[in-house]
Design a protein around this ligand. Sequence first.
Ligand SMILES: *[C@@H]1O[C@H](CO)[C@@H](O)[C@H](O)[C@H]1NC(C)=O
Ligand SMILES: *[C@@H]1O[C@H](CO)[C@@H](O)[C@H](O)[C@H]1NC(C)=O
Ligand SMILES: *[C@@H]1O[C@H](CO)[C@@H](O)[C@H](O)[C@H]1NC(C)=O
Ligand SMILES: *[C@@H]1O[C@H](CO)[C@@H](O)[C@H](O)[C@H]1NC(C)=O
Ligand SMILES: *[C@@H]1O[C@H](CO)[C@@H](O)[C@H](O)[C@H]1NC(C)=O
Length: 425
Amino acid sequence: MDFVKGRISLPPLPVGKRWVLPIFVSSLIFAFLLLTSLNMGMLASLSTLNAALFSPDIDTSTPSPAPSPPLQPPPPPAVIIPRLAYLISGSKGDLDCLWRTLYALYHPRNIYVLHLDLKSPVAERKNLAARVANQSLFSMVGNVHVISKANMVTYRGATMVANTLHACAILLKKSKDWDWFINLSASDYPLVTQDDLLFTFSKLPKNLNFLEHTSVLGWKEEQRAKPLIIDPGLYKKSKSDVFWVSPKRELPNAFKLFTGSAWMVLTREFIEFCIWGWDNLPRTLLMYYTNFLSSPEGYFQTVICNSQEFNSTAVNHDLHYITWDNPPKQHPHILTLNDTAKMIKSNFPFARKFKKNDPVLDKIDAELLRRPKNAVVPGGWCTGMPKCSNISDEGRLDPGPGSQRLAQLMDKLVMFDSFKLDQCK
Ligand SMILES: *[C@@H]1O[C@H](CO)[C@@H](O)[C@H](O)[C@H]1NC(C)=O
Ligand SMILES: *[C@@H]1O[C@H](CO)[C@@H](O)[C@H](O)[C@H]1NC(C)=O
Ligand SMILES: *[C@@H]1O[C@H](CO)[C@@H](O)[C@H](O)[C@H]1NC(C)=O
Ligand SMILES: *[C@@H]1O[C@H](CO)[C@@H](O)[C@H](O)[C@H]1NC(C)=O
Ligand SMILES: *[C@@H]1O[C@H](CO)[C@@H](O)[C@H](O)[C@H]1NC(C)=O
């Protein structure tokens, strides 16, 4: 282990084969290097983590000199740590929840767009903008943006998808170099640190889109695909719920409908496809979904699975721990301390939904994130511990036990291209 200290480099592996030991290794030394670097992700024990100062692309120091083997293989390229682009949105009364979720998700490599919708009072939205401006770390890095011209958002309506696309467009404009878009609400919370997440995602093929999807519509055929709804949020100043109009419409035959979860992790490339629309599919489907009840649970799924360019990149998982009461209610089960063990065992990076300042959030902060009160989650990037007030090395990751849980999940999801068997079916 000792001679890889200071830097971990992974050779590029063929797409979908990242989690197996490839056979192409010609030199024994190279094989050993590879083994140790793969171990870092899958079996990272605390001791190996301590031994490894993960210092990637922006590191200008030369790799620590290994005892030179007789046949020196070319140095493998350094791991590129990705950047994540988050939308965190909320409504009236969500300011404190949103702020806490932002702290739990913060990392200087990432970019954040915050949105409190029009139902939230002006004072609350101004307060959010003031908090961001007054947070010295955020203003120093400049990666937290607040949507000041708030959108009207109707639960289940087209304005919800419009809001998500709006955030995507802002994120594309603000930064040229993020890799994945993640849509969260103020009542979501992470179960791993951003160091864990960035570390794990640095080893994934960059083209994977995580979104739960199926073409088996079941009851949704009658309840979702055929009814026509109007979202008044598209044209009215005050908030009112969607309403139904008749007659109903037939199922489409120009494309195939897919449905799934409204939570997803999408690549920049796919987001560009949706926003720019060089193929007309994302645009026409957006118009189709205007009158579709609960369009956030189908729009991106239907776009990706009907697109030749992207249909092979869909991983059928939303990376969210969500449970339902028995019998199921309209909203998911509210997670409490009682759910802690199952939540952690799921290995999922995110969970919802939580009540404001529920004790289980304190437990997640203390045990999974090691987040001090009113401070961001510490990571390899920061100095000024425990409160992480300044950045020493933005590209340095200190993955913890959360990265092991994530590696297990990714192993299950993408190993041997197994996800292809469950793709756009
Ligand atoms: C600005 O931040 C300081 C400390 O970081 C805090 O004491 C003060 O209350 C904040 N002001 C606002 C308007 O949030
Ligand atoms: C995005 O996030 C919001 C939470 O504010 C959620 O309700 C919505 O359905 C999500 N998904 C999409 C595709 O907009
Ligand atoms: C993707 O689209 C192509 C062309 O329509 C099709 O042949 C292929 O089976 C699709 N793949 C998946 C996984 O749906
Ligand atoms: C947790 O479970 C216990 C025992 O089943 C129950 O009495 C308690 O109300 C639960 N607590 C919460 C917060 O749901
Ligand atoms: C943060 O660190 C930089 C150098 O890395 C230093 O110039 C700056 O003064 C520090 N800022 C604070 C607030 O400590």
